[in-house]
Design a binder for this molecule. Structure first.
Ligand code: GRF
Length: 216
């Protein structure tokens, strides 16, 4: 069974969605760079081990990342899941775990990288907005897209109503992406895109048929 570690900085609702999806995997720990993150208490309530690696305890990004990597490496995760983890990770760190770190971003990447995506979507008058799970590469909010979900932007939306509509979709697609990774169904193509490989149950039936391309 695959082992994952989830990195958070705040409330941890995406982490909670993954915990509550009861996926066939081991959650080795939830790590936060914010010792007071509300998500740590949620993880603890779910019986998941928690750690804090406080970035403020380190003068430089490099030393913080060394401490984070040491903590991660003792846990030997197959996959590192960034779920509202609010520290930018250096190329050195990302390359160390290449192909083994995923992130969720609240926009339809490559549109609207960075912060305040709901505000930006409203300001641009977008009619469709959403969220993306992607592999992490050194370029922030950029790597190969695994799954996306779109929502309408409604005329009377505020940042909060739009964020809530997107967040409901985040909670749906993030557990799905983690499941695919843990089923060895994700492959990064030479073009840098993600192929979702087919998987069949023991009786030969196609798993997740609604999400698979038609038979060729
Ligand atoms: C989510 O909107 C996620 O897309 C973004 O940060 C937020 C984290 O929320 N990266 P939560 O901590 O998972 O509730």
């Amino acid at each position: 069974m695959k082992k994952i570690v989830i990195l958070i900085s705040g409330r941890g609702s995406n982490m909670q969605a993954i915990l509550e999806a009861r996926l066939p995997l081991t959650i080795a720990a939830v790590i936060s760079n914010e010792p007071q993150a509300a998500g740590l208490a949620v993880a603890h309530k779910h019986g998941v081990a928690t750690r804090a690696v406080d970035h403020r305890a380190y003068a430089e990004r490099a030393t913080f990342e060394t401490a984070l990597a040491q903590t991660l490496d003792t846990l030997t995760p197959d996959l590192i899941v960034l779920a509202g983890f609010m520290r930018i990770l250096s190329a050195t760190f990302v390359d160390r775990y290449a192909g083994r770190i995923i992130n969720i971003h609240p926009s339809l990447l490559p549109a609207l990288p960075g912060l305040h995506t709901h505000r930006a979507a409203l300001a641009a008058g977008l009619k469709v907005h959403g969220c993306t799970v992607h592999f992490v590469t050194p370029q922030v909010d950029f790597g190969p897209v695994i799954i996306q979900a779109a929502v309408p932007v409604l005329p009377d939306d505020t940042e909060d109503t739009l964020a809530a509509r997107v967040l409901a979709q985040e909670h749906r697609i993030y557990p799905q992406a983690v499941r695919w990774f843990c089923e060895d169904r994700l492959a990064i193509t030479p073009h840098g895109t993600v192929q979702i490989k087919r998987a069949r149950a023991a009786d030969g039936s196609l798993l997740s048929p609604a999400l698979d391309p038609p038979e060729s």
